[in-house]
Design a protein around this ligand. Sequence first.
Ligand SMILES: Cc1cc2nc3c(=O)[nH]c(=O)nc-3n(C[C@H](O)[C@H](O)[C@H](O)COP(=O)(O)OP(=O)(O)OC[C@H]3O[C@@H](n4cnc5c(N)ncnc54)[C@H](O)[C@@H]3O)c2cc1C
Length: 247
Amino acid sequence: MSEWVQGTVIENIHWTQNLFSLRINAPVDDFKAGQFTSLGLDIDGERTARPYSFLSAPGQQPIEFFFYTATDGVLSNAMVALEAGDEIFVKREANGFFTLDEVPSAKTLWLLGTGTGVAPYFSMLKTDEPWQRFERVVLVHAVRQHSDLRYQGLIDELSHEYGARFVFQAFVSREDVNGAIKGRIPEAINSGELERSTGIAITAEDSQLMLCGNPEMVADTTTALKARGLSKNRRRTPGQITVEKYW
Ligand SMILES: Cc1cc2nc3c(=O)[nH]c(=O)nc-3n(C[C@H](O)[C@H](O)[C@H](O)COP(=O)(O)OP(=O)(O)OC[C@H]3O[C@@H](n4cnc5c(N)ncnc54)[C@H](O)[C@@H]3O)c2cc1C
């Protein structure tokens, strides 16, 4: 078991009523983009901890996390109250295999996330690896409301730096938003709307897809992709679909 280190909150950004970003200074070990660590607080005398994906790039300080307050969620609701200068526990070692070194090379890398499930992608996109190994990267962010589409500044920077090699596609399920697809990712794969909107085909030959966040999206998108001849990516049997479920 990795040890806890004490982190200091630098900033707690309240984006919306339910969406927050925590910036923390903490002496964590080096990690790979896409990995997660545990954040912990002592609540009623007991250490309560949950896994969170790094949004910041390896080597960056402060480290950054993007979190959603789950209904009656014990830790996420406690983290909302944190202010600059407060302490939070962080596991020194990161974990997980939702990393680009587990993903075979292809022409197009699709990064599909719901809600805070885009966090690991921002960490990856700040590194050189996706840009050295893939011709194009498509980032897909699915949310309920327009105000949930965060980190647009970072998306603009990536567009500016990588031009047509970087494509961003938003999904907003509960509002009409210009440029966003209204609905869910799996349906838009089944109907072909995602490919029409981005102008990029999803094929077993040319595509690698990473799916992160809501387990229903992960399951239904996997089913939609399997129907198109793609398969789960495993170390022994490489495929095109690599997943991380948040619950
Ligand atoms: C590998 C991994 C990485 C994760 N990274 C992140 C991250 O970067 N950001 C993040 O917000 N969460 C992330 N999670 C989820 C996180 O660990 C907690 O489960 C979440 O913050 C709720 O904790 P809680 O104590 O507040 O709620 P609990 O009292 O533990 O309640 C859990 C319930 O909350 C709901 N829930 C959990 N996570 C989310 C979520 N992200 N959005 C909406 N509803 C949710 C589910 O219904 C779940 O059953 C990750 C989970 C895993 C397994």
